[in-house]
Design a protein around this ligand. Sequence first.
Ligand SMILES: [Zn+2]
Length: 303
Amino acid sequence: MTASETLPKVICVARARIPTTQGPEIFLHLYANDKDNKEHLAIVFGEDIRSRTLFKQRSGESQQERMIRGAYVGKLFPGRTVADRDERAGIELKFSNDGELITDEHTWHDQDTLVRIHSECYTGETAWSARCDCGEQFDRAGKLMALDREGDIKGGSGKGVIVYLRQEGRGIGLGEKLKAYNLQDLGADTVQANLMLKHPADGRDFSLGRAILIDLGIEKVRLLTNNPDKVEQVEYPPFLHCVERVPMVPLSWTSEEEGIHSTEIEGYLRTKVERMGHLLQKPLQLHTADEVTKTSITTRSIL
Ligand SMILES: [Zn+2]
């Protein structure tokens, strides 16, 4: 991506602390934007990763109102009256004359940040689907952000951002995705199924993700992905750079007990490698070029 392409406008309308069952606290940020009507999210690990649009001072706004929409520093506690200063933690925010948050102190600004740009997947994250690895990747991203290290991979040590974009089924929506699943049961792969339904193979748009990361003050991204296209998508010079790609190896490849074990997931991962150029290096039983052509022909005959 180049900076000549204008980004959609995003505004963080509310933020709240969420204690999690997994251990670390997160700050859930809800965004509005000028491109669609969906509520896109950022799941932020770390109190000092701060949204510019959330913290910007609004004229006539009280400290109480700022606390209610989440524009406070440190921690809330019963009886607290000032949003911009946490006396217990000894932190105070500073603002420029026009109300912009000044970010050079007490902030995560300018650090390498572990980031995952994740697209909503109801089936994989909520309905226990073993057709894809979205739920597993989502869990792993959160885990890596909490950890100092896992094997060879440097974790986020409690810092990181998962941008959660509401684009179900690679952007085609849940209803169309269910139809694509039926086509897959009839022999198509995930790319073919989308094309047969007259959708692009991948209809996702990451411009909102870029805009949200920039709003959070992230500049240098360590991107959790196997998808080389996403690495390019996150580039937005001079504001946003991918400094490292952190691979996400499916758990089932390294563990008999963990991860997703199903025939569907093998086919799904194979398609990601063969058709979408994902950088996964496991001895997956890949098709020969000949077989790929044959499969396409068979699928076409379903129509
Ligand atoms: Zn999925």
